[in-house]
Design a protein around this ligand. Structure first.
Ligand SMILES: *Cc1c(COP(=O)(O)O)cnc(C)c1O
Length: 464
């Protein structure tokens, strides 16, 4: 190493500190308020191993967020590693226009089979937002090909999240992501969320779902001529703070879309691949959408990969000698062979290891330990759908998510609450002992963060 090299010496007191400094100088971190980087420096991760992330100083953190909801079977899983090593020597990538390759073909076949052949055509993309863009464009274009070009608007749910490119953002209703760019965005219709926490006295989750579906029905009755599709996150609006709804909502939306001739787009980017308890969340409602978007977990959390699955009839609407009727959307890395290979290895694990059943046992333990542990702590709406468990802190106070995140680090947990919502979304590889560790650490963090706040409030009241 030359003396002029900016690299830190490995004997430096904290290798973390060096990486943090260098990262801050040159890496623009996503979803990060840069002025808070002093208070919350990025964790420099050196290695991943199962549910654990290990920093450059050797400290271990349980990845309770599955690295932004993408990891399924743990970090550096031997089977996925082996599949990628094999693929990289054979064919890392080739363009998918004018060419094809085994991983892309096999993945489309196997995913189509998982829908009973209903969604038998698969279009590849590279990340969630681009899958949403594709679904929106395909829906509009399908109507245009059918002589219904006036159907050009989309219906989205309140507090929904579909990604942050301009098209995806226009159907997203999360203020922190959206507000600054509102002048650039199209005009989606927003309808009420079926979030079960919105229950009025005497209502259960199914009644909230019906009420929300009635509002959608009223809009479609009036405006369906100008509407191409309704886009929903089935069962859990994750970015809204794990807002969960009754499957009845999806059945009603499907029926309304059929009745009024409107496409249904299911954004299963976060809830797909078993996260909701079934491989596809829509299965729990017994429905299929017209377009289904997958990303995040589909590559096991290894590589950027997304896809949009659709029906035969929609695909056929694009088969024509007129080039303007074809779907010419193109991505340089579409159908990347390595990413598809990681996805095939991920599907193999689902088949070999009875994942969905074993997750039921894991989820039950997470919920039971939390129920026992939360006791009289000031939280509301403890809820669970599959491998997603969440609760809301009653009076989170200023910068709760940041304070919780930092305190969780000292407990050896990687967690990022959303507003006042604390959620546990660990990789499926989590063992019993690790579940207990996760719940104990969550409770200890909650006490460290919420208690001083509660105590301060009590003092303020006493002083007033
Ligand atoms: C994460 C997410 C997206 C966007 O995916 P990116 O890969 O981050 O672009 C879209 N929809 C939902 C429901 C998501 O959770």
């Amino acid at each position: 190493m030359s003396p002029a090299s900016p690299s830190p010496s490995p004997t430096a007191a904290s290798r973390n500190a060096d990486w943090q400094q260098r990262s801050r100088r040159h890496v623009w971190h996503p979803c990060t308020q840069s002025s808070r980087l002093d208070a919350v420096p990025p964790l420099p991760i050196a290695r991943g191993e199962g549910v654990w992330l290990i920093d450059h100083d050797g400290r271990r953190y349980l990845d309770a967020t599955s690295s932004w909801w993408v990891n399924l079977f743990g970090h550096a899983h031997p089977a996925i590693n082996a599949a990628l090593k094999q693929q990289v020597d054979v064919l890392p990538h080739v363009m998918l226009a004018g060419c094809t390759h085994a991983p892309a073909v096999e993945l489309a076949e196997r995913l189509g089979a998982l829908t009973g052949g209903v969604l038998g055509h698969c279009f590849y993309a590279s990340d969630g937002a681009s899958a949403v863009e594709i679904a929106l464009k395909m829906s509009f274009h399908a109507w245009r090909n059918a002589g219904r070009g006036g159907k050009r608007r989309f219906v989205a749910l309140r507090q929904g999240y579909h990604g942050e490119t301009l098209g995806a953002l226009h159907v997203t209703d999360v203020a922190v992501f959206r507000d600054a760019y509102a002048p650039l965005l199209g005009d989606a219709h927003l309808v009420p969320s079926p979030d079960a926490r919105g229950a009025q006295p005497g209502e259960d989750a199914a009644a909230v779902a019906q009420r929300a579906a009635d509002a959608l029905g009223a809009l479609l009755a009036e405006q369906h001529d100008g509407i191409a599709a309704v886009i929903v996150e089935p069962l859990v609006q994750c970015a809204a703070g794990m807002a969960m709804h009754d499957p009845e909502y999806l059945r009603r939306v499907r029926a309304l879309c059929d009745r009024y001739g409107v496409h249904l787009i299911a954004d299963e980017i976060a809830v797909g691949c078993g996260r909701s308890g079934s491989f596809f969340a829509c299965e729990q409602a017994g429905i299929w959408p017209d377009f289904l978007c997958l990303s995040k977990g589909i590559s096991g959390g290894y590589l950027p990969l997304a896809l949009v699955m659709t029906r035969e009839a929609i695909y056929q609407g694009f088969v024509d000698d007129d080039v303007a009727r074809s779907f010419l959307h193109s991505h340089s890395y579409t159908g990347n062979a390595l990413a598809c290979r990681a996805a095939l290895a991920t599907l193999d694990l689902f088949e070999r290891e009875d994942v969905l059943n074993r997750n039921r046992t894991r989820a039950a333990r997470i919920l039971q330990r939390l129920q026992e542990g939360l006791g009289v702590r000031p939280v509301d709406h403890l809820r669970q759908r599959g491998m997603i468990t969440a609760f809301d802190v009653r009076e989170p106070g200023e910068r709760f998510a940041e304070r919780f995140h930092l305190a969780a680090r000292s407990e050896g947990l990687l967690m990022r609450p959303i507003g006042g919502t604390v959620y546990l979304m660990p990789p499926y590889a989590i063992g019993d002992g690790e579940i207990d560790r996760l719940v104990e650490g969550t409770l200890a963090t909650l006490d460290a963060v919420a208690a001083p706040h509660a105590a301060k409030e009590a003092r303020d009241v006493a002083l007033a």
